[in-house]
Design a binder for this molecule. Sequence first.
Ligand SMILES: Nc1nc2c(c(=O)[nH]1)N[C@H]1C(S)=C(S)[C@@H](COP(=O)(O)OP(=O)(O)OC[C@H]3O[C@@H](n4cnc5c(=O)[nH]c(N)nc54)[C@H](O)[C@@H]3O)O[C@H]1N2
Ligand SMILES: Nc1nc2c(c(=O)[nH]1)N[C@H]1C(S)=C(S)[C@@H](COP(=O)(O)OP(=O)(O)OC[C@H]3O[C@@H](n4cnc5c(=O)[nH]c(N)nc54)[C@H](O)[C@@H]3O)O[C@H]1N2
Ligand SMILES: [Mo]
Length: 773
Amino acid sequence: MVDRIAEPWGARTPYAAGQRWPERVDGYLADGLGDDDVDRWVPSAAILHSNGDGLDIAVKDDRIVGVRGRRHDRVNHGRLDPKDLFGWQANNSRDRLTAPLIRRGGRLVETDWETAMAAVVDRSRELLGEHGPAAIGFYTSGQLFLEEYYTLGVIARAGLGTNHVDGNTRLCTATAEWALKESFGCDGQPGSYTDVDHADVIALFGHNVAETQTVLWSRILDRLAGPDPPQIVCVDPRSTPVARAATVHLAPLPGTNVALMNGLLHEVIAHGWIDGDYLRAHVVGFEKLAATVADYPAARAAAICGIDAADLRRAARIVGGAERLLSTVLQGFYQSHQATAAAVQVNNLNLIRGMIGRPGAGVLQMNGQPTAQNTRECGANGDLPGFRNWQNDEHVAQLARLWNVDVATIPHYSEPTHAMQMLRFAEQGSLRMLWVSATNPAVSLPELHRIRSILRQDRLMLVVQDIFLTETAELADVVLPAAAWGEKTGTFTNVDRTVHISDQAVDPPGQARADLDIFLDYARRMDFRDNDGAPLISWHGPESAFAAWQRCSAGRPCDYTGLSYAKLRRSGGIQWPCNADHPDGTERLYADGRFFSEPSYSETYTKDLITGGAVEPTEYAAANPDGKAMLWPVEYLPPHERPRGENGLWLITGRTVYHFHTRTKTGRTPQLNAAAPEVWVELSRSDADRLGIAEGDVVELASPRGTVTAPARITDIRAGVAFLPFHYGYWDCSAAGRHRAANELTVTDWDPVSKQPLFKTSAVRLRRKDGGT
Ligand SMILES: Nc1nc2c(c(=O)[nH]1)N[C@H]1C(S)=C(S)[C@@H](COP(=O)(O)OP(=O)(O)OC[C@H]3O[C@@H](n4cnc5c(=O)[nH]c(N)nc54)[C@H](O)[C@@H]3O)O[C@H]1N2
Ligand SMILES: Nc1nc2c(c(=O)[nH]1)N[C@H]1C(S)=C(S)[C@@H](COP(=O)(O)OP(=O)(O)OC[C@H]3O[C@@H](n4cnc5c(=O)[nH]c(N)nc54)[C@H](O)[C@@H]3O)O[C@H]1N2
Ligand SMILES: [Mo]
């Protein structure tokens, strides 16, 4: 047995290019139980990242007792991540929420569902009467199920008629979505995980896949251990496991990704490593791109990024010479000031090289959360359901017909409100009720002292729907106890469009209810009606909600009409679009060089990469009448804040392999908690020496927003940069008054296109704290 805390990726099963990735079944059962002790195995998929690893939940005496990877699943071939092996134990934690809570005399006290829901419904009615639907907002998640998002989307957009519905996907994959929309006219991942089996070069941009999608990294490690390994290019200021395995590691200064990408594109174009036939047939915008990147020769780009020009040229030669280039992008690009601009340059790289839509040649604009793709598809974030374009009247009319409501009911007067703007409205007082489901903003949003003061206001009714009493729930007026994964049925979709079903394995604790049932109960009590006086929401459980969503998805890029619960149970994960033409799903989008960007069909008319201003429909149609892929050039702009003074450093924040986000689950999992029980700060040797800091010394980090104290770890991070994991909130923080949440320090600022907050580029001052903590 491999110790999966010490060896997160498990044992190697090498394979060669074009071969099938060998199977390896991982599992963990509690209390020394064996497979024979298990009463039943229930099909599901991993819930603590976006990889979508198929697994079975082991049940004994109506309790979850373990998990086992699914050997035949297309995503993981049996493997599991350490968080998934152990993290299910949090479901059985004794401090789960088991009854609704309501604030009485300043304190949260237990109540019953009738009282809790009546409070929410009464306030909703009051606000609708006094202020209209814009007084109500929903802030949801990338961790619920498809059926739940679709239901919430219909409630918000057609029931109440509010434009304020977004997910924490805004913090997570809004940039993935926007990068795809800018280049291809629509969300939806071009590539497939099977591209790893074929690629001769894998380039990872701001993506620590080894720690954040460990099974995908196992797949890459197995190629690296095989006979004809791919070359790896890694772009990350830290020396991550990916960087250490890379052929070339570029460690740019935070916030300089656009300069780096323009330098790479310059080299590739200058050497003629482009696919002219592909460009002529399928792509618009090459001349402008070539003209812009002409100003970024390697020496200039490297100087901006603080890297060696020779390394940049080597990286360009590798990506430029690739026959099958797989590029992946994640938070190191998405959580910066020019996030969409930088991520689009990766699409540009693959497009000019004709590296889209064939085995090994693809782009993965990654997701982070397990069900983020569904938040985006179903209209529970800043988009209309089914990748419909809010600026396209016919798309809005389609929804009005589907739901049998007036077109005017569905807000489409502006882009749907993004999460940071909702918080601003709450701060200013126009938003009076915020319903938060499956996210913990009191730890995960930037500038926490501000977030706390917004959420705490008397005039704001805060409803929190969670499985634990989180930092956010503690500020709520009403807390609704939810059933967790394993306690409810639904479907969800991973990064490479693979849809899995997750069946209910056990009952939820106490009075906890499935999120779907809570939303349906609200809709029933609010008595939302369609134009014929029938209930707006005609479904009553997961399978009928899925059927309703299938009707909404019909004919759209994310077409689910060829799927069913029975089919998903039978065959495991299937990639959308899945319909009559593609009954077994679709491995790669755009294989025929045709895109979803035709003006009447596209999800967007695109935005300007510098200002974020929406492009006019006529302008879009003129630039891209035939629905081709689009190249958008952009100039590099320096980050908005930069370190000052002798002890000023860049602060980047992110993840460790052992924890998930605000640790509500992994902090309650013995193996994972023991592996990384406390926060730390990573520093380079040279910065540590300069500031008189030794390994383990307690350090104070200060920004204009707040301070954090953490023990120092001296690593190979590039000089001038400090790294803080953002997992550690304050629910179990023993040392009162001492902050350890990274977001005490981060800035309220976002990318102009995707509106994703900037968690990776703030400035801090750093000093050793004398006298310990
Ligand atoms: N173990 C674990 N796995 C997870 C999660 C988790 O919490 N824990 N969360 C899931 C979710 S929701 C997400 S979104 C993903 C995130 O997955 P990743 O994006 O892989 O994780 P991060 O650590 O946020 O950031 C990735 C890297 O960006 C680098 N970086 C920082 N600034 C810059 C920069 O300016 N330029 C470049 N090029 N790189 C930079 C950081 O050093 C870091 O190594 O992980 C998913 N998987
Ligand atoms: N500084 C910094 N901040 C960041 C990031 C960063 O890299 N740096 N990354 C950002 C990113 S990419 C992300 S995705 C966010 C994540 O931030 P959050 O979404 O706030 O993090 P989680 O801890 O995953 O919160 C999910 C909540 O849902 C609850 N939950 C779990 N399952 C269910 C369920 O089935 N139903 C209900 N109702 N509740 C459930 C959990 O208990 C938990 O409280 O953080 C963002 N914030
Ligand atoms: Mo995320």
